[in-house]
Design a binder for this molecule. Sequence first.
Ligand code: UDP
Ligand code: MG
Length: 194
Amino acid sequence: MERTLAVVKPDGVRRGLIGEIIRRFEKAGLKIVALKMLKPTEELAANNYPDTDEWFKKVGERSSKTFASIGMDIKKKFGTDDPILIGKTIKGWLVRFLSSGNVVAMVLEGNRAADNVRRLVGETDPLMAQAGTIRGDLSIDNVVLGNSSNRPMVNVVHASGNAEEAKQEIKTWFNDSEILEYNRANEDEFYRAW
Ligand code: UDP
Ligand code: MG
């Protein structure tokens, strides 16, 4: 079965949302096969997000698009309109934020785990996240408010973007020996044929 990584971010932990978030994953049928609370070092936080121009560009472009859509000049905020440089600045904020407090990291296992967890988590920007998703129900930040205050938007949970990213991220957060195998009593029910 596929595995993916989810991390309750420091805002989620401080707000007492650990149980609420785990409940949603577990109830949907995802099996928790690793779980720990820790205060990430800056190095661990940095390793959680790729150091590639592709990732910087993706993040920078999202910010630019949102600022443009409400007629705000992103150059004024970031001193540049180069999406890669904007992405790098945002990564710096993310590292500071993620290592600022305790987080709860977990590995979730199940059919199409990465896509299913993203579906439950919802859109990156809470303002765009549908009600019913974790970010849609539990956060009210948005990219413009966050990034114009020199911080990442806070959206209570991190989840790997896809199964490929998940493989790398699980290795970043967990040793093989921390990932456990067991059967859930109702496990077969999610995949039963009759
Ligand atoms: N982020 C941000 N501004 C942006 C894009 C991202 O503050 O324009 C932050 C936000 O906290 C997000 C994280 O950076 O959760 C990682 O971005 P990514 O695009 O990977 O979104 P995610 O995978 O978390 O949905
Ligand atoms: Mg991501």
